[in-house]
Design a protein around this ligand. Structure first.
Ligand code: LLP
Length: 424
């Protein structure tokens, strides 16, 4: 069996000592496969962006919350966020201490605030009324406030998280109100944060937004500024999804130079001695994850060649939700690798909706039943956004460890798992 389109994973020895076919045979499909070396390399690149003493990378767990991956991320010296009790639970399971977890809240209940406070976390709130609510239950405590810098960015309208058209953050004109509410409840403003959106491929927008947040910090009374311990610029670091078109990577040297100059210069100017955080999710985990699944069916409807797989939007929501592009590799099945001319094909899943499209009209080598597909860059917002729609069980997850050996890091769900919560 030779592979038809596998140059990218071959160059990384992504599957270690195994072939995609072996992995699928052993653990079934669809299967999320992660590569430890790739994950560690991304963590190290992010850590190297600045050598400023207070600089830290706060991994945004919403991208992928598997506790084994979180454990590796922790070993690499990153800290984490949480935005739900579930994420907090998994962060703790992976060994993060409360001081290493930032609770980034959006429209949460008082009960959830209490839960995070009881766990000993610093909470970031993103409205005056949430600040009031927290103040009432956390008198004399610490708080972080998320601002909306007015600059938004992102790969799709649905992931732009700043600017007037979004629900996020406190606008900077309300800074005095923030300070008044903190004073009224004797709360210390321990930090400020923002997140402008997801997937930028050039440094400048991110740096410009960071400058806006720092200008806002300069408007704080000196005692407040010097008491602060966290300034968090959010995530959004993009990855090149078009692997086979050699899409350029985000220039991390350029970003690092600009970020380092900005934070070290600003700290020197203001005397701020706290932390500066970046909060990437996608950049940390996207490229370490691939979904493997066989081709079940090839058919024509009119002129369109449909390649049917088990990778519905229950397995990978991004293409159906945002029209996102994921590159595809093809590993030959029983039909072998010969006579594979390129042709336009649309890869679809097994869900009962016409929007269940994984890859639209792609010019790829002709696929046959039994070939195994690799859906690239699925490590971020892949498993974490997967569902059991149509009561399909969520996938298994496998890790290719640094020594090339594969091991199961989440078993495949069973119908019994699906049934467990019903009160019949
Ligand atoms: N911090 C905050 C407060 C966030 O809301 C997010 C993502 C991040 C950090 C991490 O952003 P990243 O570095 O991963 O871009 N499901 C979408 C992405 C949604 C991101 C939401 N917030 C996707 O699949 O593209």
């Amino acid at each position: 069996m030779s592979d038809i389109r596998s140059r990218y994973t071959d160059s990384l020895h992504f599957f270690g000592k195994h072939s995609p076919a072996e992995l699928v045979e052993k653990w079934g499909f669809p299967l999320y496969v992660y590569n430890e070396n790739v994950l560690r390399a991304r963590c190290r690149e992010l850590k190297a962006l600045s050598s400023h003493a207070g600089y830290m990378v706060n991994y945004s767990v919403k991208a992928n919350a598997n506790p084994v991956l979180l454990g590796i991320i922790r070993e690499e010296g990153l800290v984490v966020d949480a935005m739900s009790p579930g994420e907090l639970y998994l962060d703790r399971m992976a060994g993060f201490a409360p001081s290493e977890i930032l609770y980034i809240a959006n429209n949460i209940s008082q009960q959830e605030m209490r839960h995070a406070l009881d766990a000993g976390l610093l909470i970031s709130v993103d409205s005056l009324s949430q600040l009031e609510t927290l103040g009432r239950i956390n008198k004399g405590g610490r708080v972080m406030v998320r601002f909306n810098p007015g600059i938004g960015a992102g790969h799709h309208q649905k992931v732009i998280t700043a600017g007037k058209e979004t629900k996020f953050g406190v606008t900077p004109d309300l800074l005095d109100d923030v300070l008044a509410i903190c004073r009224a409840h004797d709360m210390q403003l321990a930090g400020i944060n923002h997140h402008i959106g997801s997937l930028f491929m050039e440094a400048d927008g991110y740096i410009a937004a960071a400058e806006v947040l720092l200008h806002l910090a300069e408007r704080l009374p000196a005692a407040v500024l010097h008491g602060m311990s966290v300034i968090d610029f959010g995530g959004g670091f993009g990855i090149p999804y078009h692997k086979y078109e050699n899409q350029p990577r985000l220039d991390m040297d350029d970003l690092g130079r600009k970020l380092h100059a900005l934070i070290s210069g600003w700290a020197e100017k203001t005397g701020y001695t706290g932390r500066f955080l970046v909060e990437p999710g996608r950049y940390v985990v996207a490229e370490c994850g691939i979904i493997l699944s066989p081709v079940n069916n090839v058919k024509y409807n009119g002129d369109t060649c449909y390649v049917g797989t088990d990778v519905g939007f229950n397995v990978l929501a991004r293409p159906a939700m945002y029209d996102s592009f994921h590159d595809v590799e093809i590993y030959a099945g029983p039909a072998g690798a010969s006579h594979r001319e390129d042709k336009e094909q649309t890869i679809v899943g097994n869900i009962c909706e016409s929007g269940d499209i994984l890859a639209k009209k792609r010019l790829l080598p002709a696929m046959h039943e039994g070939d195994i597909l690799g859906i690239l860059d699925a490590g971020a917002y892949g498993f974490s956004m997967s569902s059991s729609y149509t009561q399909r069980c969520r996938c298994a997850e496998v890790l290719i460890a640094a020594d090339g050996q594969a091991r199961l890091i989440r078993r495949r769900e069973t119908p019994e798992d699906l049934a467990r919560c019903y009160a019949v």
